[in-house]
Unconditional design. Structure first.
Length: 551
């Protein structure tokens, strides 16, 4: 049998780059295929915020955060809530991933030149008991350079492989079939798409100009999830989250189309936990979109008042940044697919971080000067741009005008000014109460016990109706699609399994396509910052295992 390469990798996102880099280190010949043009190399990771889950890092220790492997595992298992037979491999991957995050993850990246912002973020704070969902301590480490800063070393290693004659990069190659000529899967077929000069991230043409057939001893599927394909998201929407939202905005580019998962399934791969997904409830329509229906996720601090479509506060502990899926489940029961943040300029200035490399030019551009400018600004530039131009934003001096603005944005005028005033005044009264029964006020005070939050993420408690904190702001929040938590079932060597549990000979999977390892390493929920690391860990594992198998 003559092969075109030792290994074919399908998808040049972060997982595919990590796998290919390992294959290069092992001296293997690789063909790396991607349906998109070369300028979109790195896939979603390029657009990412670069948040990484580390456990007991030097950054945490400097901020007096006491973290440990045991605490992280407790948080992961409480968050994942594995409860299915098919969680066998996901659970093993979760244990291995926490080992990685508490072990060599940071030093391995550091050796490749990756650096981290010194203030650690506290995402998914939970709000239940010690064994429930959420991070007991801050663990969200932002890559210096955000997503592009994390992609860079892996892209560099792959391009070194090209220079050494080990890697062929074939863009505009869209895989449509996997097959076997003997026992193992060894043939990859597909369409060659017409050349495309689109800007990175934009949808590229699907006009076909030719066909290809390639053979290799092993194939690694790193084709990403389904978040850009709203039909698939709706088809897989879990009953426990109610009906799928009528309106969703896209937190990922169109290439996250999920089609390769069905192709792998047709070849015998077992796709599990397909109903587990990670979509955000704080999506805002991008005023300056890169892809169609482009939404940006707000990573909120804890102070905004979170209201349902009728203006009622969301129940405890559904505060901003506490429990993404719990909030989604609640929202879908309200019968509306949007909610509101009501806040003021003092809160937005400190507490709105926007997820996306392009929304954080200071961090992405690695500019210490610009980070200081952001810290000193009343409202950071990218957030101000949304206040001025975002269709979901209402900014007004008084509550009456704010409510009129909110009602003008929705199909029905559901917000009652008197009711909203009552909610805010009651909340504001609790701010002056050193005892307080309002758990959100307690949470704000708790957050400010952490130096990082106090410095840059949590506004000092104050009355929202205090004119000095104004103007008042209302933000309509949409459901934003992002991550696929289920995926191709893989063992700890990233070998894809069949429904019977045997390896599908010759096929490996990594990244979002493999549910970031095992077919669902996160279980039902995530601790955040776990996805990029999941691509790296599972991509590295797949690359090493395929290198060994093709020695
Ligand atoms: C705005 C944004 C912010 C984020 N922030 C964070 C964060 O802070 N922390 C974190 O952990 N995660 C974050 N994420 C998530 C993370 O970036 C992704 O989950 C991760 O990058 C997925 O990588 P991947 O390699 O598995 O898939 P992708 O990046 O989707 O790459 C898959 C590639 O496969 C190609 N492909 C698909 N099908 C085919 C086919 N049939 N033939 C050929 N090629 C194909 C696609 O074109 C694509 O290039 C963020 C994501 C976004 C979009």
């Amino acid at each position: 049998m003559s092969y075109d390469a030792d290994v074919i990798v399908i998808g040049a996102g972060l997982a595919g780059l990590a796998a290919t880099a390992e294959l290069v280190d092992a001296g293997r010949k690789v063909i790396l295929l991607d349906q998109e043009p070369e300028q979109s190399i790195g896939g979603q990771a390029h657009w990412s915020f670069g948040g990484l889950f580390f456990v007991d890092s030097p950054e945490q220790r400097r901020l007096r955060i006491k973290d440990s492997h045991a605490l992280a595992l407790q948080d992961w298992m409480g968050t994942a809530a594995f409860d299915r037979e098919e969680d066998h491999w996901p659970r093993k991957w979760a244990e291995a991933y926490v080992d990685f995050a508490a072990g060599e993850k940071r030093s391995w990246l550091y050796r490749q030149g990756v650096r981290f912002f010194p203030v650690v973020g506290w995402a998914e704070r939970g709000g239940y008991d010690a064994n429930g969902h959420g991070n007991s301590v801050p663990r969200f480490h932002i890559t210096w350079g955000t997503g592009p800063g994390l992609v860079a070393p892996f892209e560099r290693r792959v391009r070194e492989g090209v220079a050494r004659g080990l890697v062929q990069l074939r863009f505009r190659h869209r895989v449509t079939g996997l097959s076997r000529s003997a026992g193992a899967v060894d043939t990859v077929t597909g369409e060659i798409l017409e050349a495309s000069a689109i800007e990175r991230g934009q949808a590229s043409s699907r006009s076909v100009t030719g066909a290809f057939e390639l053979k290799a001893q092993a194939v690694i599927v790193t084709s990403g999830g389904i978040g850009g394909n709203h039909d698939l998201v709706r088809a897989n929407w879990p009953e426990r989250l109610g009906n799928p939202p009528e309106k969703m905005i896209s937190g990922v580019p169109a290439h996250v189309d999920g089609k390769m998962l069905a192709i792998a399934e047709e070849t015998g791969a077992h796709l599990i936990n397909r109903d587990r997904m990670w979509h955000y409830t704080e999506g805002i329509q991008n005023w300056n979109p890169i892809w169609e229906n482009h939404g940006i996720r707000v990573l909120p601090g804890p102070s905004s008042l979170w209201l349902d479509a009728r203006g009622k506060r969301l129940p405890v502990p559904l505060f901003p940044g506490f429990d993404t899926l719990g909030t989604l489940e609640h929202i879908m029961k309200t019968g509306y697919d949007y909610t509101w943040f009501v806040l003021d300029q003092k809160i937005i200035g400190k507490e709105f971080a926007l997820s996306g490399s392009e929304q954080n030019p200071d961090l992405t551009g690695k500019s210490i000067k610009d980070v200081f400018i952001r810290a000193r600004a009343d409202v950071p530039g990218p957030v101000k741009a949304f206040m001025d131009q975002g269709v979901d934003f209402v900014v007004e001096k008084d509550l009456g005008s704010l409510v009129r603005g909110m009602n003008a944005l929705t199909k029905e005028p559901l917000i009652d000014e008197a009711e909203l005033r009552r909610e805010i005044v009651s909340r504001d009264r609790e701010v002056a109460n050193p005892f307080t029964k309002d758990l959100q006020i307690m949470a704000i005070r708790g957050a400010r016990n952490y130096l990082g939050d106090k410095l840059i993420r949590t506004a000092a408690p104050h009355r929202i109706l205090d004119p000095k904190a104004g103007p008042l702001i209302a933000v309509r929040l949409n459901i934003l699609t992002r991550k696929t938590l289920g995926g191709l079932e893989t063992d700890l060597s990233s070998r894809v399994l069949t429904e019977g549990g045997d390896p599908l000979e010759g096929v490996y999977a990594a990244g979002e396509a493999a549910g970031f390892g095992g077919g669902g390493v996160h279980g039902y929920r995530s601790l955040e910052g776990t996805f990029l690391g999941g691509c790296l860990f599972s991509g590295r594992t797949a690359g090493r295992a395929a290198a060994k198998a093709t020695a």
